[in-house]
Write a protein that binds this ligand. Structure first.
Ligand code: NAD
Ligand code: UDP
Length: 310
């Protein structure tokens, strides 16, 4: 197949490029390099099955493809809040452009949605049937509401035009190729520990997240795209739930060094808790994560050690 990946030079997108090329597909990677990096895909340049296109998803694009993965959107809070109007445009216009293309060329189209559609959840753990608790006017809304609107567009194109959609709600995922200055908690803690700096825990550190290693997540993407039974939305994430203080302590165990834990103010609207209910993924995709947090942190720390050294 020929597969288009928007946001293909980003953290998740570049791993997806690798996996699809490994399966013998052709990949077109479309990216505007806002948070993505050529370094993530440098090893693919020159591969005759790989094409790189610098383009912004808010402007229409045309390719003859069999599948589309729509991943283009900054994912880290500091990055998506840098230009919030652009973030909403990226989610909404990007979805419209992908869906329009999918409709025209009859491609199966995948949307990278997010656990942020649940906002600060009042139901725990979060099943797909939960409608969420999102502040429509807060600092995170550009991302949350953009992604919610994208889900709406996917399902309306499916109902109105028969577009063949797949929608995943991704919970916090980490691993090699995260940007060292990305601002997300796993990369922050590991890079801080490697540099011997203090680990910055926001608030009292009792808020929770569930962390999925990137290889597990990409496996879930492929399973969803390779079957005809379910279209989603379907949660993908690791149900292991940790407080940010526990994550900081685990990071120090893995990386070593003399860093201390310091507290900084909690950002506005920071969700108190988050844990995926992955019953649907288990049942329909036979999917569940296999890589424990400690092992994943070790692999990610090895990557950052090499990156920082070079
Ligand atoms: P990332 O920031 O590393 O990757 C996003 C990619 O999209 C980058 O390469 C960036 O340059 C590109 N991009 C951004 N705006 C664009 C635009 N207007 N046009 C073209 N390209 C654009 O983030 P990631 O972690 O790889 O996330 C990928 C997708 O998965 C995002 O849609 C994100 O919302 C979603 N997601 C990720 C997580 C996670 O934990 N990693 C969780 C939930 C959802
Ligand atoms: N966080 C933290 N220290 C950091 C970065 C983030 O304590 O240096 C906290 C943040 O407040 C949130 C959690 O870690 O409670 C996860 O943050 P991240 O930005 O990785 O993702 P999200 O909030 O979107 O889940």
């Amino acid at each position: 197949m020929r597969v288009l990946i928007t946001g293909g030079a980003g953290f998740l997108g570049s791993h997806l490029c690798d996996r699809l090329l490994g399966q013998g597909h052709e990949v077109i990677c479309l990216d505007n390099f806002f948070t993505g990096r050529k370094d993530n895909i440098r090893h693919l340049i020159g591969n005759p099955d790989f094409e790189l296109v610098r383009h912004d998803v808010i402007d229409p694009f045309k390719f003859e493809v069999d599948q589309i993965y729509n991943l283009a959107c900054p994912a880290s809070p500091p990055h998506y809040q840098y230009n919030p109007i652009k973030t909403t445009k990226t989610s909404v216009m990007g979805a419209i452009n992908c869906l329009g293309l999918a409709k025209r060329v009859r491609a199966r189209v995948f949307q990278a949605s997010t656990s942020e559609v649940y906002g600060d959840p009042a139901v725990h753990p979060q099943p797909e049937s939960y409608w969420g608790n999102v502040n429509t006017i807060g600092l995170r809304s550009c991302y949350d509401e953009g992604k919610r609107c994208a889900e709406t567009l996917f399902f309306d194109y499916h109902r109105e035009n028969g577009v063949d959609i797949r929608v995943v709600r991704i919970f916090n995922t980490y691993g090699p190729r995260m940007h060292p200055n990305d601002g997300r908690v796993v990369s922050n803690f590991i890079v801080q520990a490697l540099k011997g700096e203090d680990l910055t825990v926001y608030g009292d550190g009792s808020q929770t997240r569930s962390f999925c290693y990137v290889d597990d997540l990409i496996d879930g993407f492929l399973r969803l795209m390779d079957q005809d039974e379910v279209i989603g939305p379907i949660n993908l994430g690791n149900p292991g739930e940790f407080t940010m203080l526990e994550l900081a302590e685990k990071t120090l165990e893995v990386v070593g060094g003399n860093s201390k834990i310091v507290h900084q103010p909690l950002p506005a609207d920071d969700p108190r808790q988050r844990q995926p209910d992955i019953s649907l993924a288990r049942q329909h995709l036979g999917w569940e994560p296999t890589i424990e947090l400690k092992e994943g942190l070790k692999r990610t720390a090895d990557y950052f050690r090499q990156t920082l050294d070079s």
